[in-house]
Design a protein around this ligand. Structure first.
Ligand SMILES: *Cc1c(COP(=O)(O)O)cnc(C)c1O
Length: 399
């Protein structure tokens, strides 16, 4: 127990009490790698703080070139990019969108607010990604899209998913919020479906506080995506001199990223390899440190398929059962280590149940979400803090 830490009481709701324990190793810590602050000063001096300035365009072209994506639009968040994708689909009320339940709220909410109905499909036991073998059975006459989520920066089985989508005439929107700079069979994630979405939230690999991007891989959608991002106006065409006045031409909202956020992000995109290498070495250290516990089947380590190049977004362990997971989590919190669980599956959330999504059984989702624990992982996690985490996990699982 660290000095001054308050031992959590078992009746405390787990998501609330950890804010009150004193922390030696936080779960995440925002970081700077270079010129973030100088870039912001430069943006201020340049006199453009709103959207689509020089830094925004630099971020877009860097990501387009690096990932081989025809058009990337910086947005205010990944949620905003998902909402744009939903608008571009022109969903009609009752149209169905297939997605995992084991995901962040925005994957579903973006489509629900556009009139869609989420149809939740179970996840694979190994990668915790959408189970491609269960998608066909979920397709109906109302299905319009499939939204694979690349959990922890590990790619879904995209070849199989694209094949199913093509066979049924469905659009694939990748929620690649966690998968920036990760690959599947050599292709950048976010660049495989018709559309893909990235997040630069402070908890992700490359950060700017709040931020995101829409990857437009189907070039027929590029012009309209620009309009949807800019309040339904053709302002971007006007700025490029393609039309002589700008006006309201379609649906849209205010999804443009702030130039200040892109100024911050630019520095992180310049250092993408360094950031990824650092996360890889943290991953490897956890793997080495916990290997013997995995060998004794006291926990399970993350699985990375041969076809996938991870960006090492998160490090999770699976405990044998929920009671064991909760016990370990509380013990680590008492040590000042903020290990956290992940999603409350959307099909069992109050909103998910209201949408009538609870009717299909999702056994893997239910099982895994109760046994999963994420360990601290961020750019400047020190080796000594990480070794402390490993030592405490070993201690609690063997004593
Ligand atoms: C973080 C995350 C989002 C939301 O990203 P924001 O940029 O915070 O809107 C959406 N989907 C998944 C899978 C995420 O992990």
């Amino acid at each position: 127990m660290v000095k001054g830490a308050r031992r959590p009481k078992s009746r405390d709701p787990p998501t609330l009490y950890w804010r009150r324990v004193s922390t030696r190793v936080p779960f995440n810590r925002p970081f700077v790698v270079g010129d973030e602050l100088a870039n912001i000063a430069e943006a201020v001096r340049s006199g453009q703080l709103a959207g689509v300035g020089a830094f925004t365009r630099r971020c877009e072209s860097r990501l387009e070139e690096r990932f081989g994506i025809p058009r990337i639009l910086m947005t205010s968040s990944c949620t905003a990019a998902l909402e744009m994708a939903a608008m571009l689909l022109d969903l009609q009320p009752g149209d169905e969108v297939i997605m995992p339940s084991f995901t962040f709220v925005s994957t579903a909410s973006a489509f629900v607010r556009a009139g869609g109905r989420p149809v939740f499909v179970d996840i694979r036991d190994d990668t915790l990604n959408l189970d491609e073998t269960e998608i066909d059975a979920a397709v109906t006459k109302r299905t319009r899209a499939i939204v694979p989520v690349h959990y922890g920066g590990i790619g879904c089985e995209m070849d199989a998913i694209i094949e199913i989508a093509d066979r049924h005439g469905l659009t694939v929107v990748e929620d690649a919020a966690q998968a920036v700079n990760a690959r599947y069979r050599g292709r950048a994630l976010g660049g495989v479906g018709a559309l893909g979405t990235f997040s630069f939230h402070e908890t992700k690999n490359f950060i700017c506080g709040e931020g995101g991007a829409l990857c437009v891989n189907d070039e027929r959608l590029i012009d309209r995506a620009e309009i949807v991002r800019d309040k339904g106006t053709n302002r971007q065409q006007f700025d490029r001199g393609q039309v002589d006045k700008y006006s309201w031409v379609d649906i849209g909202s205010s999804y443009v990223a702030s130039e200040l956020n892109c100024a911050f992000l630019w520095s992180q995109l310049e250092q993408m390899d360094r950031i990824t290498a650092r996360r890889a070495s943290i991953h490897e250290r956890y793997r080495r440190g916990l290997r013997s516990l995995a060998g004794q089947e006291r926990l399970r380590l993350p699985h990375v398929p041969e076809d996938c190049e991870s960006n090492h977004h998160l490090f999770h362990i699976l405990l044998p059962d929920m009671a064991g997971r909760d016990r370990l989590m509380r013990a680590l919190h008492a040590d000042g280590i903020l290990a956290v669980f992940h999603y409350v599956p959307l099909h069992s959330s109050p909103m998910g149940r209201t949408l009538g999504a609870g009717s299909t059984a999702l056994p893997v989702t239910d099982d895994v979400s109760g046994r999963l624990l994420r360990l601290p992982l961020f750019y400047d996690l020190s080796e000594s803090d990480q070794d402390f985490v490993i030592e405490r996990v070993q201690h609690h699982l063997t004593s």
